[in-house]
Design a protein around this ligand. Structure first.
Ligand code: PEP
Ligand code: MG
Length: 577
């Protein structure tokens, strides 16, 4: 029986595929019954996942045997390989699949729990800790299983895409999709500018959040249509609807390929104003996409993603390699590396342990620069890595969540300290690196003085700026309807920051989601903005708006619009710009 659910469209496009129910934690896997005759196939699926993980580990073992690789890594990989042969993990899981006629993921997790319990009973502390290794091996197997759904008889669909259905996904969960082939995802919770949504846009896969009870209503392997343009999820569609959406999907693909013609076009308006279109990235691997669309540089590298889904923190060398890779890949084009913006919805396991506390109101808590200033060693490590990478390209430092002049001073002092440490070590680095601040706290936007005096560039983080200006948690779907980028107060603050910065000849960009929304491009151009940073997938759509715009004409209209208080009228005028 077909039905539709409505949520927040957070990443455009249309995906047609089959539901895979997952939970926030990888281990809360779906449990479903399989038919007697499907048991051998389920076991085969489990075995092929084991084989894939074995291959991964053998490859890792070879890498870790290379000269200079840490010997602990090699030992660890061998322990993991051993567990892959452990009959208690492997054979017993197959027995469970057979006896209970259940899916492989669920059987595996049951068996993992039995083994972990056995290890917990061991007196020897070293051996007891080996339970972590079982967990990690199981995690690897689950990831492969997740990427390789059951081959079951499909209901008339040629699509093999996988649609992830979850109650909630953290940004750390979502970033892992970068290595899986996923058609789209939908969640019950989440706001349109939550970091989970932002990662979806970065993956360029259709996504809907805030569906309330999709996880409850959808069954494993239900056929789904994710309409990421309108925020509609259609469950078990009939043939006619399916055909209509296939048509729409083809149209969108055609449009995308037409947009590719703009890659080499100059990014200038009709009245010859040069507009810089830069890219936001989460991981060095995103560079491929950035180059494909011809971005002018990286306007925001959200480095916190390097810290997620791992038990230990990346050290200076690892960070340096990641930053250098990006700097080199971008040639002489600017690479804006934002210092760690951890906290609020972006959690890193290794850092939670570090901090050993959960803030009562994390969006207002020890987040971003506040956290870094409270953990100077962690911050200095990152600063040294960035300073060193700056030797290999046009790297700049961007500091998130600054509000107080004292925070700017402390940050600058720590950057100087990092330079001094590198000098003592005789390391190569760029001592003249440009330092910029994110304007994303209303207090910063309203009192720009210290920023203009002490920094070299600004970047408006509209996602947080709107969250704090309107007091709307950007991750909470129950107030998502109040999260309004076109609120007159929001528009005035953004326009004022752009104007004040430009008067002081201070470069200013927007790197929040507003910059990647083609429907806001003309508005921002009319405010005088010349630097935009966004997900690579949005860049050509924004460029299309830029090349058709006339800034002179827009700025007159926008200054009139900024004086209006009636939100409906503002909306109407923005649409007509
Ligand atoms: C912002 O707040 O607008 C921003 C770009 O940073 P993030 O989305 O990572 O908080
Ligand atoms: Mg922010």
């Amino acid at each position: 029986m077909a039905f539709a659910l409505f949520g927040l469209a957070v990443s455009p496009g249309i995906a047609i595929g089959y539901a895979r129910l997952v939970s926030h934690a990888l281990f809360e896997v779906a449990h479903y019954q399989i038919r007697e005759q499907d048991v051998p196939r389920e076991i085969e699926r489990f075995e092929s996942a084991l084989a894939a993980v074995r291959e991964e580990l053998v490859h890792l073992a070879q890498e870790s045997a290379a000269p200079g690789a840490p010997s602990e890594l090699s030992a660890l990989v061998h322990v993991h390989l051993m567990f892959l042969d452990d009959p208690l993990l492997v054979e017993q899981t197959k027995v469970l699949i057979k006896e209970r006629r259940c899916n492989a993921e669920w059987a595996l997790v049951q068996q993992m729990e039995v083994l972990v319990a056995q290890f917990e009973d061991i007196d020897d502390a070293y051996l007891r800790e080996r339970k972590q290794d079982i967990v990690q091996v199981v995690e690897r197997i689950l990831r492969v299983l997740l990427g390789k759904p059951r081959r079951i008889a499909r209901k008339g669909g040629e699509e093999g895409e996988l649609i992830i259905v979850a109650h909630d996904l953290s940004p750390a969960d979502t970033i892992q999709f970068k290595n899986l082939k996923i058609g789209g995802f939908v969640t019950d919770l989440g706001g349109a500018t939550s970091h989970t949504a932002i990662v979806a846009r970065s993956l360029a896969i259709p996504a809907i959040v805030g569906l309330h009870n999709a996880r409850q209503l959808i069954r494993e392997d239900d056929l789904l249509i994710v309409d990421g343009v309108r925020g509609v999820l259609i469950v078990d569609p009939d043939a006619r609807v399916l055909e209509e959406y296939r048509l729409r999907r083809r149209e969108l693909e055609l449009e995308r390929s037409r947009l590719m013609r703009l890659v080499s076009a100059r990014s200038v308006t009709l009245d010859d104003v040069e507009i810089e279109l830069m890219a936001n990235i989460e991981l060095p691997q995103d560079i491929e996409q950035v180059k494909k669309v011809g971005a002018a540089g990286i306007g925001l590298f959200r480095t916190e993603y390097l810290f997620m889904n791992r038990d230990t923190l990346p050290d200076e060398e690892e960070q340096f390699e990641a930053y250098r890779q990006v700097a080199k890949a971008m040639g002489g084009r600017p690479v804006t590396i934002r210092t760690l913006d951890i906290g609020a919805d972006k959690e890193a396991q290794a850092l939670i342990r570090h901090a050993e506390r959960q803030a009562p109101n994390p969006a207002l808590g020890l987040r971003a620069i506040r956290y870094c200033l409270a953990e100077p060693q962690l911050f200095l490590t990152q600063l040294r890595a960035i300073l060193r990478a700056a030797h290999y390209g046009e790297v700049r430092i961007l500091v998130p969540m600054l509000a107080h002049a004292a925070e700017i001073e402390q940050t600058l002092a720590l950057i100087e300290e990092a330079k001094a440490q590198l000098k003592r070590r005789r390391c190569r680095f760029n001592p003249h690196i440009a330092i910029g601040g994110m304007i994303e706290i209303p207090a910063a936007a309203l009192a720009l003085g210290p920023f203009l005096k002490r920094l070299q560039f600004l970047s408006l983080g509209t996602n947080d700026l709107i969250q704090y200006l309107l007091a709307i948690d950007r991750t909470d779907e129950s107030v998502a309807h109040l999260y309004d980028p076109l609120h007159p107060a929001v528009l005035r603050v953004i326009a004022q920051v752009i104007q004040t910065a430009q008067k002081a000849e201070m470069p200013v960009a927007v790197c929040g989601e507003m910059a990647g929304e083609p429907k806001f491009t003309r508005l921002l151009l009319g405010m005088g903005l010349t630097e935009f940073s966004m997900h690579p997938a949005q860049l050509l759509k924004v460029k299309q708006q830029v090349v058709m715009a006339d800034v002179g004409e827009l700025s007159a209209k926008v200054s009139r619009l900024l004086r209006i208080d009636d939100p409906d009228r503002v909306r109407e005028l923005v649409e007509r710009l």
